[in-house]
Ligand binder design. Structure first.
Ligand code: FEO
Ligand code: CA
Ligand code: CA
Ligand code: CA
Length: 626
C-alpha cells in the first residue's frame, strides 16, 4: 500500500493491515448463527428494569419508540446527514477553539486553510484532532487540558508532500500538532474563549521531556541510547481519552502509539512487538528522519509509550510523569475512583479487538489534603474476567500469577493478561463510573472479528458473556457492580446497559436491546462520561454512511442515557465525517464542552478545509446542562 494511502487509514484499519482477518463470513450465515443463539441471549438478565433486557424483546423486534424525552430535560433530536451541528430546541452552541487557533498573540493568524501552520508556529496553536479533555479550576481561573490524538498529514503538509513527510521539518510539524494542549478559558460576556498568552497556556508534544515512575521505570526494557537510565522519556503520543485524578491533575492516555514506529532495516519482530502491532513501516515516516522512531536503532523506544501520563495543568513548569504501574497497552481513558478503604482505583480499557479491561489499585490510601506520593506508582494491576453467569473477577497480574518479572508484566500487560485468562472484549473504549451509585460502564465500540478470529496474542474471541454477537458492527455498553459496593473488591456482577443495533434492518440480536428504537439508534459507542446529575453521556465513533446496516443512524452523535430507566435520547449530531469525542463541563455546569474530531467537508469554517474543534453547548435559559 502506498504511504499516502496508509496515512488515510483509520487506526483500526491500520491494526487490520498489521494483523489481517480471514475472509468474512457470508452475511446470511452471520445472521442465522446469531439467531441460533437465542437461548444464550435470553439468559443475559439485567440488573434492573432499566437495563437492556436481552430476552424476547431483542429477538422479536418489539421495539417501540418511547415517549419523547420522558426523563430528559430536552426533546431528543432526529438524525442528521449534513455537515452541521444540531442540538435540541432550547440549546445553543458555538465553537470554543479550532485546530490551529492561537494560544499566544505571536501565533495569531498562524493557521491558514491553504498552508495549515508553519513549523515555527506549530507548537503555539491548538493541536489537531481533539479528543479527551478535563476542566481544572485555579481560584477564579478556568483551565482545560485537551488531547490531540493524531494528525492528518494530507491537510497539514504542503500539497507537494502528498501527505507524507519529506524531511525532518515536516516530521517536526506533525509531532508538534499532536499531544496535549492546556488553555485558560474565560467568559468575556460573549461565551467562553481562549485567554491568549495566559500563563497556563502550554503545548505538550511528541518531544516534551517527561519522567517515568513505577516498577518498570529505570528497567532494561525502557532504556535507550539517549536515556541509558530509562527514566526520562520524551513525548506523549496518540493521546486518546482522559481522566482526572482525585487531587486535580490530568491523566492523558496513550493509545495507538505503535503506529509511530517503523524500521529502516530488515528485522524480525519480537513477541511483544507482534502483540502490540509494532513493526514494518510507521504511519508518518518518522523513522526516516528521527532515529528515535527507528526500531532497528532504538528497539526499546516503543516501550516508553502506551502509558497513562499525568500532567499538572495548573503548573506550567511541571514535568509530565508516565505511570508504568498502570500497565502499557492502547489506553483509551483512565477513570479514577476510590475503594471503600480509601485506596485509589483506576479503571482502563485497551482499545483493540479482543483486548482487555484493566483496573489498578494503589497500595496506599488517600484523603483530601493528604500527600499523593506513590499512589500511581505502588499498587496492583488487575485484568477482568467476565463469566457467562454474569459474575466476574479481577485477576491480579503479579509475578506469581503470570510467571513474568514485574517489569515485563507492566510493559507487556497484554501478554500477562492472556496468561491469567482475561476475557477478550469487543474493543474497550471509555470507562465511566456512576457518581451516584457504585457501578462502572465501559463502551465496547464494535468488533468485526468477534467469533471470526483470535486476537493478536492468539486468544480466542468466542461469542458469549458481554460480547454476545458475532461480527459485532454496532457495539454495546457493559456495566459492572463491584461486590459489597466497593471498587476495591475483586469480584463483581455485570450486565449490558445497551446493545446498539438497527431495529429497522434486523429482527434478531442485531436489532439491539429493548432500549434501542427507530428514534434513538446509533452505532459504535466510544466516548462516555457521567454528568454530576448521574446521567450517562454517550458519544459515537462509527459508520456514518446512513446506508445498509447503518441506515437511519445518520452522522455520529452524542446521546444521554438514564442509568435507572435505561432510556437513551439523542442530544447532538456531528457534521458528517466527524466523531464526537471528549466531554467536560464548566465549573458551574452551565456549559458543556464537546469535541468534534476529524470533521468532513468544510466544517466549521466553510472554506473547503475541515478543522477539528471543541464546541461549547449551553441552555438558552441559562440552566445547568449536566
Ligand atoms: Fe482513540 Fe479508542 O479511541
Ligand atoms: Ca475513542
Ligand atoms: Ca473509536
Ligand atoms: Ca478517533
Amino acid at each position: 500500500m502506498k504511504k499516502q494511502d496508509i496515512v488515510r487509514l483509520s487506526w483500526d484499519e491500520f491494526d487490520e493491515m498489521r494483523d489481517p482477518r480471514p475472509d468474512a463470513n457470508a452475511f446470511d450465515s452471520v445472521v442465522e448463527r446469531a439467531i441460533s443463539r437465542r437461548g444464550f441471549l435470553g439468559g443475559v438478565l439485567a440488573f434492573g428494569s432499566g437495563a437492556a433486557v436481552m430476552g424476547t424483546g431483542v429477538l422479536s423486534s418489539t421495539h417501540t419508540v418511547r415517549a419523547e424525552g420522558a426523563s430528559f430535560a430536552f426533546r431528543p433530536i432526529d438524525i442528521a446527514t449534513d455537515h452541521e451541528i444540531h442540538v435540541p430546541n432550547g440549546y445553543e452552541w458555538k465553537t470554543l477553539v479550532r485546530w490551529g487557533d492561537p494560544l499566544f498573540k505571536e501565533a495569531e493568524g498562524a493557521y491558514s486553510p491553504d498552508t495549515s501552520v508553519s513549523v515555527a508556529m506549530s507548537d503555539k496553536i491548538f493541536g489537531e484532532n481533539t479528543d479527551g479533555m478535563e476542566t481544572f479550576v485555579d481560584g477564579d481561573k478556568i483551565v482545560l487540558a485537551i488531547n490531540s490524538e493524531y494528525a492528518n498529514p494530507e491537510i497539514n503538509l504542503p500539497a507537494a508532500s502528498e501527505g507524507v513527510p519529506q524531511n525532518a521539518d515536516e516530521v517536526r510539524l506533525l509531532k508538534n500538532i499532536q499531544g496535549v494542549t492546556v488553555i485558560e478559558i474565560a467568559d468575556n460576556g460573549n461565551g467562553y474563549a481562549v485567554v491568549l498568552d495566559s500563563r497556563y497556556n502550554r503545548r505538550i508534544t511528541h518531544e516534551t521531556p517527561m519522567t517515568m515512575d513505577g516498577p518498570a521505570a529505570g528497567g532494561d526494557l525502557v532504556k535507550t541510547k539517549a536515556d541509558p537510565e530509562g527514566l526520562t522519556p520524551k513525548g506523549t503520543m496518540n493521546n486518546c481519552g482522559s481522566g482526572k485524578t482525585l487531587w486535580g491533575t490530568y491523566l492523558t492516555c496513550e493509545e495507538n502509539f505503535n503506529g509511530y514506529f517503523g524500521t529502516t532495516a530488515e528485522r524480525e519482530a519480537t513477541e511483544g512487538e507482534v502483540r502490540y502491532g509494532i513493526g514494518g513501516e510507521g504511519r508518518y515516516a518518522y523513522e526516516k528522519f528521527d532515529p528515535r522512531f527507528d526500531l532497528s536503532k532504538e528497539p526499546n523506544e516503543p516501550n516508553r509509550h502506551g502509558w497513562v501520563t499525568e500532567i499538572d495543568p495548573l503548573d506550567p513548569s511541571s514535568t509530565p510523569i508516565k505511570h508504568t504501574a498502570l500497565g502499557r497497552f492502547k489506553h483509551e481513558n483512565a477513570e479514577m475512583v476510590q475503594a471503600a478503604d480509601g485506596r485509589v482505583v483506576v479503571y482502563m480499557g485497551d482499545d483493540e479487538r479482543g483486548e482487555f479491561i484493566y483496573k489498578y489499585v494503589s497500595n496506599g490510601t488517600w484523603a483530601e489534603g493528604q500527600p499523593t506520593d506513590g499512589l500511581l506508582s505502588e499498587g496492583t494491576l488487575y485484568v477482568a474476567r467476565f463469566n457467562d453467569d454474569m459474575t466476574g473477577e479481577w485477576l491480579a497480574l503479579t509475578p506469581e500469577t503470570t510467571d513474568m518479572p514485574i517489569e515485563e508484566i507492566l510493559v507487556f500487560a497484554r501478554i500477562a493478561g492472556s496468561k491469567v485468562g482475561a476475557t477478550t472484549m469487543d474493543r474497550p473504549e471509555w470507562v465511566a463510573a456512576n457518581p451516584l451509585h457504585v457501578e462502572v460502564y465501559c463502551a465496547l465500540t464494535n468488533n468485526k472479528n468477534r467469533g471470526v478470529k483470535a486476537n493478536a496474542g492468539g486468544d480466542e474471541q468466542s461469542v458469549g458473556g458481554p460480547n454476545p454477537r458475532e461480527t459485532n458492527n454496532y457495539g454495546q455498553i457493559v456495566r459492572w457492580r463491584p461486590e459489597g459496593e466497593d471498587h476495591g473488591a475483586e469480584r463483581f456482577t455485570w450486565d449490558l446497559y445497551v446493545m446498539a443495533g438497527n431495529p429497522t434492518v434486523y429482527n434478531n440480536a442485531y436489532a439491539g436491546s429493548d432500549n434501542v428504537n427507530e428514534g434513538n439508534m446509533f452505532n459504535s459507542p466510544d466516548g462516555m462520561a457521567f454528568s454530576s446529575d448521574g446521567m450517562l453521556w454517550i458519544q459515537t465513533d462509527g459508520d456514518d454512511s446512513n446506508e445498509g446496516e447503518f441506515e437511519g443512524q445518520g452522522n455520529n452523535q452524542m446521546l444521554v442515557g438514564n442509568p435507572e430507566t435505561g432510556e437513551i435520547a439523542r442530544f447532538l449530531t456531528a457534521p458528517n465525517g466527524a466523531e464526537v469525542t471528549g466531554l467536560c463541563w464548566s465549573p458551574d455546569k452551565k456549559v458543556a464542552f464537546v469535541g468534534i474530531q476529524h470533521p468532513g467537508g468544510s466544517w466549521p469554517d466553510g472554506n473547503g478545509k475541515p478543522r477539528s474543534s471543541v464546541i461549547a453547548v449551553w441552555r438558552e435559559d441559562g440552566g445547568a446542562i449536566g
